[in-house]
Design a protein around this ligand. Structure first.
Ligand SMILES: [Zn+2]
Ligand SMILES: [Zn+2]
Length: 119
């Protein structure tokens, strides 16, 4: 990947140097411009359609199958192992809590426990 970028950069630089209307530019400066350009691009990359804040949340959570999640059997709110902080799996909730569902094995706060297990 690095080689590809390198040769691409040099090629573009050669093309630019042949073009007389533009002022001469050292390869180093030119490369730096490209890097800065890419950095700028990365900063402004759109997060895509949908819900940016909650989609990030769901990525980090263990996925619970709906069959288990809504079966209403044995979903006990228990303390997390070693009292480790967990992020609540409730939709739109970002609480850090020390309680979890023993069956779903996801962090869940007291407020979200009922909603999480009921459609
Ligand atoms: Zn559960
Ligand atoms: Zn919650």
């Amino acid at each position: 990947m690095k080689c590809l970028v390198d040769s691409g950069t040099v090629n573009a630089w050669c093309v630019r140097r042949k073009c007389k209307s533009k002022p001469p530019i050292s390869q180093l400066v030119y490369r730096r411009q490209i890097v800065l350009h890419y950095l700028e691009k990365c900063k402004t990359v759109p997060k895509g359609p949908g819900r940016p804040s909650t989609s990030k949340n769901s990525l980090t959570l263990n996925w619970v199958s709906d069959d288990i999640r809504y079966d209403q059997v044995g979903h006990l709110l228990v303390s997390t192992i070693d009292k480790k902080m967990k992020r609540c799996a409730g939709e739109g909730c970002s609480s850090s809590i020390r309680t979890m569902c023993s069956k779903c094995n996801v962090g869940i706060c007291i407020d979200c426990n009922f909603i999480f297990h009921n459609k």
